[in-house]
Design a protein around this ligand. Structure first.
Ligand code: ADP
Ligand code: MG
Length: 238
């Protein structure tokens, strides 16, 4: 479970049309990557899917249910941000479990899920530490762990590796690929990194100026880019 459909999704901020009619079908379990230049509306689109922002018009369905009236916490979605967004005063364990606690999940169930997620992410040794006592890579793993414990059907990642150095980016990218295989959840992932897009995606969505330029597998985009913009972005000869 975790399919997503966007139909004619538009978003304007005042007079500025940021998304100009986005149509997209994401299948259960797919890894979909949004790429496009800074300011083209990638984060806005993720925030609309998560329910953190309303679309100006259009429809969003998750598992065939229209979610316009469904609050963010009830959409079965967890989002991981570039900035980690951890609570500095809480240790790793409490950062991971807070959302569940707020949702009224029983304590032993929270314990079970945090233990499982921290094992998946090799964070068992760090559960008592606060974010300031962790490296950037560990902080991002905690943010991913916080998403996993919610057992969402849909993960949204907004440039999750941008604040990491090159070696950690590779490690964390491989870890996300492994999590996708293990969890079998749908993942939607924003990046401006070609390597991330080409290696992680089942399907790449190229956005520019609020319009989808092309949707296809990494090889389709590389071999048959729809236009020069896509060719330039994917790095194919065109
Ligand atoms: P991306 O993530 O692709 O870099 P964003 O989705 O963050 O782009 O932003 C797309 C455009 O929408 C930008 O021009 C940005 O300035 C504008 N924008 C985003 N959020 C707001 C907001 N809350 N109010 C006004 N403009 C916004
Ligand atoms: Mg963004």
């Amino acid at each position: 479970m975790g399919s997503l459909q966007l139909k004619s999704v538009r978003k304007s901020f005042g007079p500025v049309d940021v998304l100009k009619g986005i149509d997209l079908d994401v299948k259960d379990g797919e890894f979909v990557i949004f790429v496009g230049p800074s300011g083209c509306g990638k984060s806005t689109l993720l925030r609309i899917i998560a329910g953190l922002e309303d679309a100006t018009s259009g429809s969003i369905t998750i598992d065939d249910e229209e979610v316009a009236a469904v609050p963010p916490a009830k959409r079965g979605i967890a989002m991981v941000f570039q900035s980690y967004a951890l609570y500095p005063h809480l240790n790793v364990k409490d950062n991971m479990g807070l959302g569940l606690k707020q949702a009224g999940t029983p304590k032993d169930e929270i314990e079970r899920r945090v233990a499982k997620a921290s094992a998946m992410l090799s964070l068992e040794k760090y559960l008592a530490r606060r974010p300031a006592e962790l490296s950037g890579g560990q902080r991002q793993r905690v943010a991913i762990g916080r998403a996993i414990v919610r057992e969402p059907k849909l993960f949204l990642f907004d440039e999750p590796l941008s604040n990491l150095d090159a070696a950690l980016r590779v490690n964390t990218r491989l870890e996300i690929a492994r999590l996708h295989r293990e969890l079998k959840a749908t993942m939607i992932y924003v990046t401006h990194d070609q390597v991330e897009a080409m290696t992680l995606a089942d399907k790449i969505v190229v956005l520019d100026a609020g319009v989808i330029q092309q949707v296809g597998s990494p090889m389709e985009l590389y071999n048959r880019p729809a236009n020069l913009f896509v060719a330039g972005f994917i790095g194919s000869p065109g």
